[in-house]
Write a protein that binds this ligand. Structure first.
Ligand SMILES: *Cc1c(COP(=O)(O)O)cnc(C)c1O
Ligand code: SF4
Length: 367
């Protein structure tokens, strides 16, 4: 009996409990015996669950590098431990209120794997269980702020909470009249698809309108189990989007992202954000330059369906928030005409509808 089918017969908690936490346990990888890696995982814990480990073994570097420690994590002096100043912008513990109408609520301290490039590297694997009091204080804060319409649950990974606990949190938030939508940010469907059980989906369905942003970085993460998990989520009416982190040497190539985004669409997942890697200390070896992200975006636009093209976003250090980085197609713009470069870099001229000075009182005048 091969190892893979053994894994698929177990339930998600059993699989997770067999995760490896030290490089030496992955003796098949030649780097496993690098003595510096013990130092790395003391500072930044490691977790690779058996499902994803077997995928790293069979499919190789692009998956393995995302989760296997690297001595470069110790040498990187660039960046900050909390690059987005999430802790500073937290009116109550575990909740960041940066944009007026929405909050980020960190409800879980667990993930199904620990990604080496994680923005919350400072916390992952170190932070304590998120207590009931913390959840209750967050819910009270949201209830007291009628401007909050959109609650984004993240962590850690909210789908690593038990069904009952997730149900409780979702019910508490749903009971607040002014909250319109709830979003869940998760990597679980791609790295521990066994967690997406019928029972979980039954719980989630009770709390519509529910949106889920799943995290995928490379087409090799997509397996039959992953497709089944995503089908279950989509069938239950959850609106699915994806977030992808642009990672040097892993997916910083439009041919790879082209395949990934197309495959996500076939799974009814709409690519939402391609994220420039944050300036998190210990992750410098993953970072790409902005120009390379812009070039990739420009090439994608001509290659694939508009539905498959995400926004390329930078999350500004120091808490400035997320901003799209858009390739410019405008060559010139004046009251008479606009000159635009198309996806093949050919120039086209388009007359302005009403030549002359901007109309007064028009909300649409940008010039
Ligand atoms: C990313 C983020 C959000 C959600 O942003 P959207 O652009 O609406 O997806 C909300 N709050 C914080 C603090 C965030 O980092
Ligand atoms: S799943 Fe998300 S929160 Fe968890 S380690 Fe990976 S990137 Fe970080």
């Amino acid at each position: 009996m091969d190892k893979d089918s053994d894994i698929h017969r177990q339930d998600w908690k059993t699989i997770l409990s067999h995760s490896i936490q030290s490089p030496q346990e992955a003796a098949v990888f030649k780097e496993a015996h690098d003595p510096r890696l013990s130092e790395v995982v003391k500072r930044y814990p490691m977790r690779i669950n058996p499902y994803f480990l077997s995928l790293c073994e069979s499919r190789g570097e692009p998956l393995k590098r995302q989760v296997f420690p690297d001595a470069a994590e110790l040498d990187d002096e660039s960046g900050w431990t909390d690059p987005l100043a999430e802790d500073r912008d937290s009116p109550v513990s575990h909740l960041t209120h940066r944009y007026p109408d929405r909050v980020l609520f960190l409800v879980s301290n667990q993930c199904a794997v620990y990604c080496r490039y994680c923005t919350r590297k400072r916390k992952i694997g170190h932070w304590p269980h998120v207590k009931d009091e913390v959840i209750e204080a967050g819910v009270r804060y949201i209830a007291a702020h009628p401007e909050i319409k959109d609650v984004l649950l993240s962590g850690g990974d909210p789908l690593l909470l038990e069904d009952e606990r997730l149900d409780w949190i979702l019910s508490e938030i749903r009971s607040i009249r002014h909250v319109e939508i709830i979003r869940i940010g998760t990597r679980v469907p791609g790295v521990l698809p066994h967690r997406v059980t019928r029972e979980l989906v039954r719980v989630l369905k009770r709390h519509h309108p529910l949106f889920m942003n799943v995290h995928f970085n490379h087409p090799d993460e997509i397996t039959d189990e992953v497709r089944r998990a995503c089908r279950r989520l989509a069938d239950s009416g959850i609106s699915l989007g994806s977030q992808t982190v642009l990672l040097r040497g892993i997916n910083d190539d439009e041919r790879i992202l082209d395949v990934l985004f197309r495959q996500l669409l076939t799974m009814r997942i709409r690519p939402y954000y391609l994220l420039q890697a944050d300036l998190t200390r210990g992750t410098g070896h993953f970072r790409t330059c902005i120009e390379s992200g812009m070039r990739i975006m420009k090439r994608l636009r001509g290659r694939i369906s508009g539905l498959a093209v995400p926004y390329y976003m930078i999350d500004l250090p120091g808490g400035g928030g997320k901003v799209p980085l858009l390739p410019s197609y405008i060559e010139s713009l004046d009251p008479v005409q606009i000159v635009v470069k198309n996806f093949q870099d050919r120039l086209y001229t388009c007359p302005q509808p009403v030549p002359g000075p901007p109309e007064e009182n028009s909300q649409n005048d940008v010039l």
